[in-house]
Design a protein around this ligand. Sequence first.
Ligand code: HEM
Length: 586
Amino acid sequence: MAFLTPGAIFLSRCLVSLLLPSAVIAGTRFILKTQFDIFIPIWALVTGGALGIPVVIIAQLVWAEIYQRRRAAALGARFVPRVVGRWPGNIDVLIDAIEKMRNSYPADGQWDLMKHYGTTYNFYLTWEDTIMTYDPDNIKTILVNDFPNYVKGGKFRKAMASVLGTGVFNSDGEMWKFHRSMTRPFFVKDVTSDFDKFDRHADIAVEKMKERSRAGYAIDFQDVISRFTLDSATEFLFGKNVDSLADDLPYPHGVAASHKMHSSPAEQFSKAFTHAQYIVSERSKLGWIWPLLEIFEDRTKEPMKVVDSFLEPLVQYAIEKHDSDDVKEKDEHSETLLDHLVKLTTDRNVLKDELLNILLAGRDTTASTLTSVIYLLAINPTVLDRLREEILTCVGTSAKPTYDDIREMKYLRAVLNETLRLFPPVPFDVRQTVHETTWPSKDPTEKPMYIPAGTNTAYAVFIMHRRTDLWGPDALEFDPDRFLDERAQKYLVHNPFIFVPFNAGPRICLGQQFAYNEMSYMLIRILQNFSTITLDIDAQSPETRVPASWAKVPGRQSIERFWPKVHLTMYAHGGLWVKMNLAGYT
Ligand code: HEM
């Protein structure tokens, strides 16, 4: 059914239940006429059929409600507090959420809901249970304690399938085990701490930034770093660098028009992949109604054509390489992920899905963290100075950092962790329950909360990481020392699930160690070469600058000077434009 749009498939499935009332009435009409000679006019039939549709829908909703109330009572539980919107099915809440996703700060509006309903509530969007939690105990239940009961699930899988296929991020059960076991052996220490894999790309990226700085221009740091992570990831994972750093860097708003730029395949891939991620994350927010917005087209089709045409030669290259002799003789150390995968399968679709999933995992997340860290250092120059001091003391002004250097650098790790706390690259995530269950209430005098089978349980580490009751009164401030001083003991050691940027449990991030190594390495190289970083808001295109209205909003939003947005991962809307001064000795 690949030729049908998601909306057409959805409608054809709905058709049976929608036509049921008309079919029953038509059947009754026929029997009445043939058996009893009673005639029902056609207008009555049509009206009955039309009225029957809402009756069937309402009957289904009422039945679901009665069933859930009975089950909750049987388990001695209560319903999770439901958000009460103004419109039926909380349509207004949904529209507001989509509007905020497009035009506001992440989680805008959700702090108010938390104040009102507590740290776990039910959005109940379009009459569907959608539980949201910011509670570390519930997150631990989802990810670790009751892991088998929380799967990615059919709803998520359908929404993501046209982009992520059946890759590791979008599969469950045996398929997930297959992907994970296929990928896992590759992430051994020897491979993840082999800095040669990204050293050359780091040098090129730093050189590009230096050139632009010498010319007096601001740099879109997000752009450079995304190219760095793309080139490193493609080399590390596929053994074929796509050389996105070879292309010219973009120029700031205002001077961009006077510089002719061409769009390289790597850049087209990046844009298309970002766009496709944006679409599927909107689908996931819209819940079961998302196919209705894609009746005439699959909105991911066009961007995925670009993505596929970028991946296809990489897959082809891997398969051809596999057939040649030299790869068979390779030792494990010099093997790429793709070399490793083609030993297990040459199914093009499996390979493509896996590559795209790992590319998303390995490229966008580290680029996101490095972008956020540079932003935070730019607005916290004392942290920047202290970090540089540690780097220059441990590694020196030009030496390449080693694995041991990075292990020794406690402040560097604290800076990265503090960045991952405030701006986790995967800020929101979701699982679907297999069986009904209950979650304990925070107030021990209250009954536990009932969670029906097949329910989406979303969790927002973005909000949990900023909760003052979990992290202390200064939770919204950027202060890496909280990972080093008594606050670490007081808050984190006692309650480790308040910090889960890499998730936890059987589906914990496979690339965590690789990510810390790559990010540390790159940050060291940058700060060896540059001594100051300042934001250059004027270099940013006007529609992507932080709106003036944010200044009045409580919380971090009022002090933010870049615009964090989220599709599947977090990114800086319009880029992160900075000016960087070269260190005196360079
Ligand atoms: C700062 C960097 C990173 C962060 C914050 C991060 C975070 C995460 C998170 C939250 C998940 C769980 C997603 C889910 O199950 O819904 C995940 C899974 C995963 N990550 Fe990472 N990640 C990072 C870097 C990387 C890198 C560099 C790689 C590989 C090169 C990688 C490979 C994976 C893989 C393969 C999974 C899937 C695990 C599974 O479902 O079994 N990650 N990551």
